[in-house]
Design a protein around this ligand. Structure first.
Ligand SMILES: Cc1cc2nc3c(=O)[nH]c(=O)nc-3n(C[C@H](O)[C@H](O)[C@H](O)COP(=O)(O)OP(=O)(O)OC[C@H]3O[C@@H](n4cnc5c(N)ncnc54)[C@H](O)[C@@H]3O)c2cc1C
Length: 291
């Protein structure tokens, strides 16, 4: 429901827009079209004191049923474009992976084929250090441009100054990722296209399609595959019901739309416990659960 301020959405339904088609409401979601909107918003001290949640394409986020009662941020406008500069690409955090991959193909820029199959946004990728097929977003990044809500200022940090790790990217508290500066390497268009299609085909054969899901539930522990640990720890009841593990990939679950987010959380905790009991390994969630 929109209020007088057209950039503020109250009671935003994450269940409607998330990939899981489940999740509580965001009490106040501010749509940010340009940098000045952020400066105006965070000029007010009481706003800085509230908890902050930035959402991208909600492909890796589950908001618990009680909802999020703080300051929600959704980037739009200026943050949805890609600009080619002399020796880098300036990519807005709200640009979708699939769009960037196709943009790079059209401009004969190689190295972004893997993003063709990830359903997130660049902001979400930089936060998560998203990756697949032996590539991660950090390999392509030159620097991250972000807004600090306390200083009310924009900063830029070079990738060499940042400690990105497996599925852990730029997670500095009280900041909003605005842009990534990305490397440009030119390549053969036909080769780029073929690689995009090859990645798509691999994914279609190894992961469930057209279901409500969040990608991998857990990170792979060092020297282990989460799906193997899960498969060897659970009984077949986990593959049945309104929230169930995928028979194609045991580190994915599928759920009926509008199912309670808290019941998804309990399902995940049950799996974690089974693996811990059987293998003495505590799986770390890749899915971001917000409460
Ligand atoms: C079918 C499917 C397949 C997937 N496959 C992969 C895969 O192969 N590899 C992989 O790594 N992931 C994969 N994922 C997970 C997901 O797509 C990635 O984690 C992606 O990077 C999330 O982007 P998002 O925009 O959807 O982020 P969201 O889910 O909206 O947010 C994720 C986190 O990033 C934070 N965030 C988002 N934008 C910003 C910003 N601008 N500033 C600060 N914080 C921000 C959020 O607060 C949240 O904590 C898959 C998901 C699905 C549904």
């Amino acid at each position: 429901m929109k209020q007088g301020n057209k950039n503020l959405i109250t009671n935003y339904s994450s269940a409607k827009y998330s990939w899981l088609k489940s999740g509580g409401k965001i009490s106040h979601l501010h749509k940010i079209f340009r940098q000045n909107n952020l400066i105006d918003l965070f000029n007010v001290d009481e706003i800085k004191e509230k908890s902050l949640l930035v959402i991208g394409n909600l492909s890796n986020t589950l908001i618990k049923d009680e909802g999020f009662n703080g300051v929600g941020i959704k980037l739009a406008g200026d943050f949805t474009s890609v600009q080619i500069k002399t020796d880098y690409m300036l990519v807005g955090a709200a640009v979708l992976d699939n769009y960037l991959s196709k943009f790079c193909y059209q401009n004969s820029i190689s190295g972004y084929e893997f993003l063709y199959t990830i359903p997130g946004s660049i902001g979400g990728n930089i936060f998560m250090n998203a990756g697949c097929y032996n590539q991660e977003i950090k390999d392509k990044l030159i620097s991250v441009i972000f807004f600090d809500i306390y200083d009310n200022k924009v900063y830029e940090k070079n990738i060499n100054e940042l400690q990105f790790d497996y599925r852990r990217g730029f997670q500095k508290k009280n900041t909003i990722i605005l842009y990534g500066k990305f490397k440009i390497q030119h390549g053969n268009q036909k080769y780029i296209k073929n690689l995009m299609l090859e990645y798509e085909s691999i994914r279609n054969h190894t992961q469930p399609q057209k279901v409500n899901c969040c990608g991998s539930i857990f990170k792979n522990p060092l020297n282990h595959s989460a799906w193997k640990l899960i498969k060897s720890s659970i009984d077949k009841s986990f593959y049945e019901g309104p929230i169930k593990l995928s028979k194609i990939h045991s580190n994915f679950f599928e759920n009926d739309p509008n199912i309670s987010a808290n019941s998804i959380d309990s399902f995940i905790t049950k799996i974690q416990k089974k693996v811990k009991d059987k293998h003495k390994i505590l799986l770390e969630k890749e899915l971001r659960i917000i409460d």
